[in-house]
Design a protein around this ligand. Structure first.
Ligand SMILES: [Zn+2]
Length: 413
């Protein structure tokens, strides 16, 4: 019998001993009454998302875990974030991440985020898309992400992502002129387009009635877009063609949604799922239950809060998010039982005392129904994982899921 698959990635889950937690890791310190139910029929161990010692980004590690080698396919995060924010990209398009910001008439930055929560952002993006003309034959499109974030897409012939940012990443500095980063005429052309774009965006935004209204209310005008992280969109192999698994991602973070969409997965963000520590994980659980009951073979459930707490250096919040994940899994088990493959892991470690990703291996749990296998786990954490049977790389995950869900095809005679 082919099993359905629930695959949970808690971003930045893995950690090290934390002084504030009496030398326990957050996963060790957290109460996990629901995940505990899975131990008698699970194996655990460690996964190197890319390979041992490599410090993964969230994008490269998700690619690897979903069977696509980032060393071959990765072209930067810009395109993923743009897709995650709703952009439609074609092979060869160049995507930038951008910020609505406030500049004076000399293009000196007053506020890099124009006050951050710009309630007219959607309207400003619409106005830009209506008014912007092609530059040197290249079409420009804008997409709103969250808050002050926008994606800017260039499409047409003869462009390149080998251009520098316009965002100096500091208020009080002048907006930078984009420069070609290699000797190609494509980079030369693209940097000129970007610099012309900076001016045209300012012309459109500084005369927009929404900004005039903002200034009248004493708010900062969102009159410029700072660009960074140029990336060419490269078509990726699709997860379903690699594995045969029809998959939906339940996720809120633009980067992860973009990776999942690029891999051909359906993507759903439940209301209340924020990508933060406060995210409504029970809403994610309900969505996962709904999709598992439909014709999806696999539900990939992403939780960002563990990584957010780690980057904040807040071990208590990390424990809290792990306990919320436990309740989320509990809700799923209560609704549909445990007769499915359940994977629980992280995309990398983000030790709270480091506040940054690290190259440590990540704890990995795989529940296989019917008790056909067990590591006789006492707890799921970084310490016990070192005694478990699993020791894999991210690129092995898909094969393992196929094997235990009874879908693997024989290799050879
Ligand atoms: Zn991550």
């Amino acid at each position: 019998m082919k099993h359905k698959i629930l695959f949970v990635i808690a971003d930045g889950l893995g950690d090290r001993r934390v002084r504030k937690l009496s030398d326990k890791t957050p996963l060790q310190a957290a109460t996990k009454d629901n995940i505990r139910e899975l131990y008698r029929s699970s194996m655990i161990g460690l996964m190197d998302p890319i390979s041992p010692g490599i410090v993964p980004g969230s994008d490269t590690s998700h690619l690897s875990i979903f069977g696509v080698d980032p060393k071959i396919y990765y072209r930067g995060r810009g395109a993923f974030e743009a897709i995650g924010a709703g952009a439609e990209l074609k092979h060869g398009d160049v995507a930038f991440r951008g910020n609505f910001s406030t500049v004076n008439q000399d293009f000196v930055i007053v506020d890099r985020r124009a006050g951050r929560n710009i309630k007219e952002a959607e309207l400003l993006v619409k106005e830009l898309n209506e008014k912007i003309e092609p530059i040197d034959g290249i079409n420009v499109k804008f997409f709103h992400g969250t808050e002050h974030r926008v994606a800017v897409i260039l499409s047409g012939q003869g462009i390149s992502d080998k251009v520098s940012d316009t965002d100096p990443e500091e208020a009080g500095q002048r907006v930078l002129a984009s420069k070609p980063l290699d000797g190609s005429k494509e980079a030369e052309k693209t940097s000129k387009i970007v610099n012309e774009l900076t001016k045209r965006v300012y012309d459109i935004l500084s005369t927009s009635k929404y900004n005039i209204e903002r200034e009248a209310r004493g708010e900062l005008p969102a009159n410029a877009i700072l660009l960074r992280g140029a990336a060419t969109y490269q078509e990726l192999p699709k997860f379903e063609s690699i594995t045969g698994l029809k998959t939906i991602a339940v996720a809120a973070t633009a980067l992860i949604k973009g990776v999942a969409k690029s891999l051909g997965m359906d993507v759903y963000t439940p209301p209340g799922a924020t990508g933060g520590v406060d995210s409504d994980l029970l809403a994610k659980a309900d969505a996962a239950v709904k999709f598992i009951k439909q014709d999806y073979d696999m539900v990939f459930l992403h939780v960002k809060g563990t990584d957010a707490a780690s980057h904040d250096g807040n071990p208590e919040n990390k424990v809290l998010v792990i306990e919320k994940i436990d309740k989320m899994i509990g809700r799923i088990l209560d609704s549909i039982g445990s007769e499915m493959i359940i994977g629980i892991t992280g995309d990398h470690c983000t030790p709270v005392e480091l506040k940054e990703h690290s190259g440590d291996p990540v704890p990995f749990l795989l529940h296989v129904p019917e008790s056909i296998i067990t590591d006789e786990i006492s707890d799921f954490n970084e310490i016990t994982a070192r005694k478990g049977s699993v020791r894999i790389r991210g690129l092995d995950v898909a094969n393992i899921l196929l094997n235990y869900s009874n879908r693997a095809k024989k290799y050879g005679a």
